[in-house]
Design a protein around this ligand. Sequence first.
Ligand code: ATP
Ligand code: MG
Length: 342
Amino acid sequence: MMAVDLGNRTTKAVLLERRGELLALTRYALLDAPVFEKKISVDLLADHLYSVAKALGSEAKFITATAGIADSLIRQIELPQMPLDEMRHILKMNHKNYMQQDLPNYAFDCYVLPPRLDTKNPPPAREIGVAAKIKVLAAAAKQQLVDDFVQAAKIAGLTADGLVPTLLGPINAFERAMPEIFAKEAVALVDIGFHNTSVCVLDNGELATNRTISIGGDQITSSLAEEMRISYAEAEGIKVGMAPEIEPSLLMQITPLGREIRASLDFFEHQNDRPVSQVFVSGATARSEMILQMLNSEIMIECKSWNPTGFLQLALPGQQTVEMDQVGPQLAVAIGAALAVY
Ligand SMILES: Nc1ncnc2c1ncn2[C@@H]1O[C@H](COP(=O)(O)OP(=O)(O)OP(=O)(O)O)[C@@H](O)[C@H]1O
Ligand SMILES: [Mg+2]
């Protein structure tokens, strides 16, 4: 199966294969995201999906893609036990309540979260006549995007299998890559993208809070260019090259991001009276050790990049295996999207 993270800057795609109990990563591809004004056209998206399938050298027909942060959202809610169809219907009728915002022209979906044994706070004994509520992950995506993706996949000769909110990607991958930490700790997953950074706090395997900060790699480079009075391209080169002399200027750009992430963690910590133990960073920016260290000092919790491929059998072509260390953190969203339909 193919899963494609349609990033704002870079499209990340993975090809996964079931091998008995195991899941193998057989190929990945990084492509420049198509350039478009405001909304991508169906034809452009179809061309892009075609290029992705070609780059993966894939004969697979099924494709799963991500719905970006601007087009989708997720929230953990509670609902009485009922069939999935009814859940979707209730969500559609009451999205303002459940998703805490008005979402006209959105498509909704639900996923029933497996019950977790909570020894400290066992659920109250069921009262007669009162239906126990179950925990559900609710997702919403713009209906137009869903329709466009289905149509674009068809034009590209593929079959749309799933559309997964970007935010869910790192969570799904993390659950499989670090099952112990996922189940027992309070951790933050931070994905630094091109336009935005997402922060999800997971508490004992549950999504406690999620938030989007409108700072990403693009703004870091732009501000760096302004501050150093150089071009965007030069600033990008210097940022990625991590020349030691840029440290003070870079720190000025990273500090506000760190402060915003810290504020999200504070919110969780005050509400739950529990500290966040570690911060796991994904997205291409997580390749930079210097940036991770700056975030570390600002947030005052260990910030590290993580490997979303650890639980996969790696069956990549030679060169791709060599580059895996570098590329790994960038694939978290694509791998997590694949797991959503797996
Ligand atoms: N080695 C590096 N050090 C620092 N920044 C880097 C490095 N490599 C890439 N970046 C930055 O990462 C950003 C792109 O990140 P990424 O590919 O994760 O974004 P995206 O997924 O396309 O965007 P989004 O998640 O917002 O849709 C660019 O701004 C780029 O400058
Ligand atoms: Mg991204």
